[in-house]
Design a protein around this ligand. Structure first.
Ligand code: NAD
Length: 442
C-alpha cells in the first residue's frame, strides 16, 4: 500500500486481516515511526485494534523504503493523496512520484492498482510514468475506493460493491482473489474498462454532493416559507425513486473528498469542452451553506460580536473522524473571530488537528458543557452522538443566554421551546424571537 493515510492504512489493515502479507509505505517518516512503535496516526473507530492484531501477527508492516515494500509484491495499491491544484483540478504530483519511485523495484507481472481518486486517463498516465523508468512488464488496474471515514472498516469489509477497471484478465483475477473474502454476501465485483472505473468514483461522489446541496437549498427555502424540512424529507424519502439517504440538511459538506472531487470533475468537464453547470452550482451552493449558521446568528445578535462568547460543538467535518479538511467548523470559527466574538470549542477527537491548523485563537474545552460557560449562543456543527441527548438544564445554567443554533437539526424545536431555549435549526421555520430578552433565568 503506497500512502498510509485514511485509505491506505484502512485498506492495508483489512487486507492483512484476511490473511495477506501487507506492507504499508509512506514518505512521512514520522507516520511510519509512530506506526512501528504501536501508535495509529488517525482516528478511525476500530482501526487501532486491527492494526495491533495484524502487526503482532507479522502480517502488517510499515516502512518508508520503496525497495522494501515493492520487491516481491504481487499487488501494489497507490493510495496517496490527490488534493486539488490552484485551479481546482486534481493534483497528481504524489501519484506521479509514487509511480516513478516504485518502478525500478517492480517484480515482473505485478499489478499496479490506483486506489487514489484520479481523473479519467490517470491510470494510463501512471503506466506511462512507470514505463519511463523500467522495462519490467506489469499490469495496470483502477480500483476506486468508496469507504467513508468514521465507518471505514465496515465499509471496506462489507462493501456495497467493488469496482475495478482492468485491461487484462490476470489483473482482474488478482483483484477478485483479494476481495473475495469481503464479498461473501453476494455483493457484486464489478469489472469494467479502466476509464469507466475512474469515472465511477467521481460520478458517485458528485451525485452524493449534489443530493446534499439540493436538500440544503430546499431547507433554506423552508426557512422562509414556514415549511419544516424534517416533514418535507419524510414525505420525499418514502418515494422509492428518491429514498432517505443523504437528504439531511446541514452546514455544508466538507472532508477530503466531496469538495475536491466535485471541483476536479468540473475541471475535467471544462478541459473536454463540456460545461459543468450542475457541478459548479453544487460547489457554490455548498460554499454558501458553510456560512448559514453564522448568518442566522448575526441576524439575531447583530454583525458586531465584540463582547459575545460563542460555543461551538463539533469541529471534524463529520462525526467519528478527526479529519478537519474543508470542515464547515473552520469557516464558522473564522467568521466568528472576525466579527469580534470569543469562541469556545469542543470536539471529542479533532481538537488537536484544529489547534495545529489555527493555533490558540479559540479556547479548546475538554468537555462540551465547558464550552457553554457564559456563552451567548451555542452552535452545533458536527453531529457527534454525545451531543444528541445532552443535559439541557445544565446547559441552560451554564449559558448566559439559552440560545442554540443547530446546524444538524439534532433536537425537536417544540421541545426546545418548552425547555426554554431559543432554538434555530436548518429549514425548521422557527418563529422569530427576541434573543436579547432571553436570559438563563427566563
Ligand atoms: N479519505 C477518504 O475518505 C477517501 C475515501 C475514498 C477515496 N479517497 C481517495 O484516496 C486517496 C487518499 O486519500 P486519504 O484520505 O487516505 O489521504 P491522506 O492524506 O490521509 O493519506 C495520503 C498519504 O500518502 C502519503 N504520500 C504522499 N506521497 C507519497 C509517496 N510518493 N509515496 C508514499 N506515500 C506518499 C502521505 O504522506 C499520506 O500519509 C485520495 O485520492 C482520496 O481522494 C479518500
Amino acid at each position: 500500500m503506497i500512502g498510509t493515510g485514511y485509505v491506505g492504512l484502512v485498506s492495508g489493515t483489512c487486507f492483512a486481516e484476511s490473511g495477506n502479507d501487507v506492507v504499508c509505505l509512506d514518505v512521512d517518516q514520522a507516520k511510519v515511526d509512530l506506526l512501528n512503535s504501536g501508535g495509529v496516526p488517525i482516528y478511525e473507530p476500530g482501526l487501532e485494534e486491527l492494526v495491533h492484531r495484524n502487526s503482532s501477527a507479522g502480517r502488517l508492516t510499515f516502512t518508508s523504503d520503496y525497495a522494501d515494500a515493492i520487491r516481491g509484491a504481487k499487488c501494489i495499491f497507490i493510495c496517496v493523496g490527490t488534493p486539488q491544484d490552484h485551479e481546482g483540478a486534481a493534483d497528481l504530483k504524489y501519484v506521479r512520484s509514487a509511480a516513478e519511485t516504485m518502478a525500478p523495484y517492480l517484480d515482473p507481472g505485478a499489478v499496479v492498482i490506483c486506489k487514489s481518486t484520479v481523473p479519467v486517463g490517470t491510470n494510463r498516465q501512471v503506466a506511462a510514468w512507470i514505463r519511463s523508468k523500467t522495462d519490467t512488464p506489469f499490469y495496470s488496474a483502477s480500483n476506486p475506493e468508496f469507504l467513508k471515514e468514521g465507518a471505514a472498516i465496515d465499509d471496506f469489509t462489507k462493501p456495497d460493491r467493488v469496482v475495478v477497471g482492468v485491461d487484462d484478465e490476470e489483473a482482474g483475477e488478482a483483484l477478485h482473489e483479494l476481495y473475495r473474502p469481503f464479498l461473501r454476501t453476494e455483493k457484486p465485483f464489478i469489472s469494467m474498462g479502466i476509464e469507466s472505473a475512474e469515472m465511477v468514483k467521481y460520478a458517485a461522489n458528485c451525485m452524493l454532493a449534489t443530493k446534499i446541496s439540493f436538500i440544503n437549498e430546499v431547507a433554506n427555502i423552508c426557512d422562509h416559507v414556514g415549511a419544516d424540512i424534517n416533514d418535507v424529507r419524510k414525505g420525499m424519502g418514502h418515494d422509492a425513486r428518491i429514498g432517505f439517504a443523504f437528504l439531511f440538511p446541514g452546514v455544508g459538506y466538507g472532508g477530503s473528498c466531496f469538495p475536491k472531487d466535485v471541483r476536479a470533475l468540473a475541471a475535467v468537464a471544462e478541459a473536454n469542452g463540456v460545461k459543468p453547470r450542475i457541478l459548479r452550482t453544487v460547489d457554490e451552493t455548498n460554499d454558501a451553506q458553510k456560512n448559514i449558521l453564522f448568518e442566522k446568528l448575526t441576524e439575531q445578535l447583530g454583525d458586531d460580536l465584540t463582547g459575545r462568547t460563542i460555543a461551538v460543538w463539533g469541529l471534524s467535518f463529520k462525526p467519528r473522524t478527526d479529519d478537519i479538511r474543508e470542515a464547515p467548523s473552520l469557516v464558522l470559527i473564522e467568521r466568528l473571530l472576525a466579527a469580534g466574538a470569543t469562541v469556545k470549542v469542543h470536539d471529542p477527537v479533532a481538537q488537536e488537528n484544529v489547534r495545529k491548523q489555527i493555533g490558540d485563537v479559540v479556547t479548546y474545552c475538554q468537555h462540551h458543557y465547558d464550552a457553554c460557560d457564559e456563552a451567548d449562543a451555542l452552535m452545533i456543527v458536527t453531529e457527534w452522538n454525545e451531543f444528541r441527548n445532552p443535559d439541557f438544564d445544565y446547559i441552560k445554567l451554564k449559558m448566559k443566554s439559552p440560545v442554540i443554533f443547530d446546524g444538524r437539526n439534532l433536537y425537536d424545536r417544540r421541545k426546545m421551546a418548552r425547555r426554554g431555549f431559543v432554538y434555530s435549526g436548518i429549514g425548521l421555520a422557527a418563529l422569530p424571537v427576541d434573543v436579547e430578552s432571553c436570559t438563563s433565568d427566563s
